[in-house]
Design a protein around this ligand. Structure first.
Ligand code: PRX
Length: 635
């Protein structure tokens, strides 16, 4: 029998060994003994390496929301499922019990049904961090509609691309959202996006900021009257374990965003299991993940993993700096948070501020501190451990990806060792390997490209509408190993430290940004001939974007100043403000190989000021351009 809750190091060792020796038996046990199924599966695991088709619990039937909500009602119906902490600290918070959440999800599910949404239909959710976001996600899952949540920071163009890619017919949005002192006009962005989305017939609008907005006749409807009129009873749709649960877009190094598809059964099992163990969640603990539900961290570890465990999960509408830099710590004190999960970029931003923002607050409720989204540097790790964890609360650095669905490598707090900057040990069921450039397996303490050997239950099954791209991206060289796109270092004890992306994805403030779409946006400018983006280390964001741009005509100081602004405006319009360039230089050319490929390695050295490490430039078609760019960069 596989143990669901790993309580000590022996439990972990045993589970790990069992999961590697016999992953099928291991996951079958976890899935069978800890979840409700309408019908048992026919096959635990099925994998066709030639087609990269992976299936877990095939033939099994379930509805994930029954596992998240219904099965807790008898014992924990009056326990809090979600705490909503609003942007403005003077607005009262809201505690939603499991019973209340269950009824609200039913009502929302009935609203969707009344609008003609059926099993398998895609629904786009573009909402701020308010309860309706979680409720909409769960309502889709209840009726078997596939949700596609788009982060509220994406622009109209980015939203339109995502709506069209998976052919959403219905969009759920709000009049706007509060983010610190700012107001985000979400409905205006939706209106602009929908000009390019002829397939969208219905927009449901949540009232949040209460400003006057335009409602398009026949298309837009306020949610409240529909919701209030809807029945609070709804039969859950029985789903096959492999039916899609949701699509979530992530940037690739090339081309359009990839709509990663997650399935109902495997995703549920894996996110629930990892939530329980990585956060060592105990009944009545208050757990808080600061991510936005628009990212995978919010899907897996605000909604699905916590609720599957009957946990109390806090969702916060605002930002760490509003009304001041003590807000996170004030919320921890206010709700007596036990597990706190955030990103290194937030930790760095807060560590830069005075400790006077931390000192007034009682943080003694904390039992676990988590980090996710990008490598955490040693200073940030230490600050987090010393000042928030008071030197005793374990810091778990969790490595995973949109594609992995759940946490892959992380310490178990109080159980396995934590090491600053190391994600440390793999979860049960996860077998990381390091390969060199030629695909040779590297043994022992070493550094290399990180691959995962055997599919685990929550691996994304495909890219929506483009399975060939899935195969080419994640199983490009070896049919039997998942390519993470990250580099890693392993110590003699088998602990992993993630060193960063090995492709053209740059992580800025924890957000994955592919270079190609940003370059495409820049190249749209009529004066631009060509561009290349690289990452530059940034004290708070981890990386910032540095653009090397060539113009069709010789630049003047005036055109450069105008272009600076215009290019960032273009990027904001096409992608979102998160992709704006921190620096850009206008150069006479870009260093290229004889086959015409831009040598990004050289540009990275220039951006990082490590021009003494340029290495061999003899293969360049235009070596003279390198010196010219170096001179410009120094100006
Ligand atoms: O490079 C790794 C980095 O974030 C990438 C995945 O980004 P995304 O799909 O947006 O998911 C982020 C949240 C799970 C990875 O390929 N990354 C994530 N967590 C860590 C990390 N890098 C180092 N350490 C981490 N703990």
């Amino acid at each position: 029998m596989s143990t669901y809750h790993l309580k000590n190091s022996d439990d972990y060792q045993t589970a790990y060994q069992n999961s590697i020796n016999d992953p099928i038996d291991f996951w079958a046990n976890i899935a069978k003994n800890n979840f409700d199924w309408h019908k048992p599966w026919d096959t635990v695991f099925d994998w066709h390496q030639d087609t990269a088709k992976i299936q877990w619990f095939k033939g099994g039937r379930l509805n994930i929301t029954e596992n998240l909500l219904d099965r807790h009602l008898a014992q924990r119906g009056q326990s809090t499922a979600l705490i909503f902490e609003p942007n403005d600290p003077s607005e009262p918070h809201e505690c939603i019990t499991y019973q209340a959440l269950y009824l609200r999800v039913n009502k929302m599910a009935n609203v969707l049904k009344s609008q003609g949404v059926k099993k398998g239909d895609r629904v786009c959710i573009y909402l701020p961090m308010i309860p309706e976001l979680a409720i909409s996600v769960l309502a889709c899952a209840k009726i078997g509609a596939v949700h596609s949540v788009v982060f509220g920071g994406f622009s109209a163009t980015a939203l339109a691309t995502r709506i069209n890619d998976c052919d959403c017919r219905l969009v759920i949005t709000s009049d706007g959202g509060f983010r610190g002192a700012k107001i985000i006009d979400l409905k205006d962005i939706v209106d602009e996006a929908l000009e390019a989305c002829p397939g969208v017939a219905t927009v449901l609008v949540v009232e949040r900021i209460k400003t006057k907005i335009r409602m398009k006749e026949g298309r837009d409807q306020w949610l409240a009257p529909l919701f209030n009129a809807a029945s609070d009873q709804c039969q859950a749709t029985s789903m096959e374990a492999e039916d899609p649960l949701f699509i979530l877009y992530t940037s690739g190094s090339t081309g359009k965003p990839k709509g990663m598809v997650h399935s109902c059964g495997g995703y549920m099992v894996y996110t629930a299991y990892t939530f329980k163990n990585v956060f060592q969640y105990q009944p009545d603990d208050v757990y808080w993940c600061t991510a936005d539900i628009g990212w995978i961290t919010g899907h897996s570890y605000i909604i699905y993993g916590p609720l599957a465990n009957g946990a109390t999960s806090l969702m916060f509408e605002g930002v760490p700096s509003y009304p001041d830099f003590g807000r996170f710590w004030a919320i921890i004190q206010k709700h007596k948070v036990h597990q706190f999960y955030t990103a290194p970029t937030a930790i760095r931003a807060l560590a830069k501020e005075s400790l006077d923002f931390v000192r007034p607050y009682d943080l003694s409720s904390l039992k676990v501190l988590g980090s996710v989204g990008e490598p955490i540097n040693e200073e940030a790790w230490q600050w987090y451990s010393d000042h928030i964890g008071k030197g005793t609360t374990p810091v778990v650095d969790t490595w995973w990806q949109t594609e992995t669905g759940g946490i892959m490598i992380a310490p178990l707090p109080g159980i396995t060792k934590t090491i600053p900057t190391y994600a440390t040990l793999p979860m049960p069921g996860i077998e990381p390997v390091l390969l060199d450039e030629n695909g040779h397996l590297l043994e022992g303490a070493t550094q290399g490209f990180l691959y995962i050997k055997h599919p685990w239950p929550s691996i994304a099954r495909t890219i929506w509408g483009d399975h060939d791209r899935y195969k080419a991206t994640y199983f490009p060289k070896f049919k039997d190993k998942y390519m993470t796109g990250d580099g890693a270092l392993r110590d003699a004890a088998g602990n992993y430290r993630i060193t960063g992306r090995t492709d053209d994805v740059i992580i800025v403030s924890g957000h994955n940004l592919g270079t190609a779409p940003i370059e495409d946006a820049i190249n749209e400018h009529p004066l631009v001939a060509e561009s290349a983006i690289v990452g530059q280390p940034h004290q708070i964001k981890g990386n910032s974007l540095f653009g090397f741009i060539t113009l069709k005509d010789e630049p003047t100081p005036e055109t450069e100043a105008v272009l600076h602004k215009a290019i960032n405006e273009l990027i904001t319009k096409r992608i979102g403000a998160i992709a704006k360039l921190n620096e850009m230089i206008f150069c006479p050319g870009l260093p290229k190989t004889r086959s015409g490929k831009i040598m990004r390695r050289i540009l990275r050295n220039i951006a990082n000021g490590t021009t003494d490490q340029l290495g061999d430039t003899s293969t360049l078609l235009n070596p003279e351009v390198v010196d010219q760019i170096i001179r410009l960069a120094k100006k």
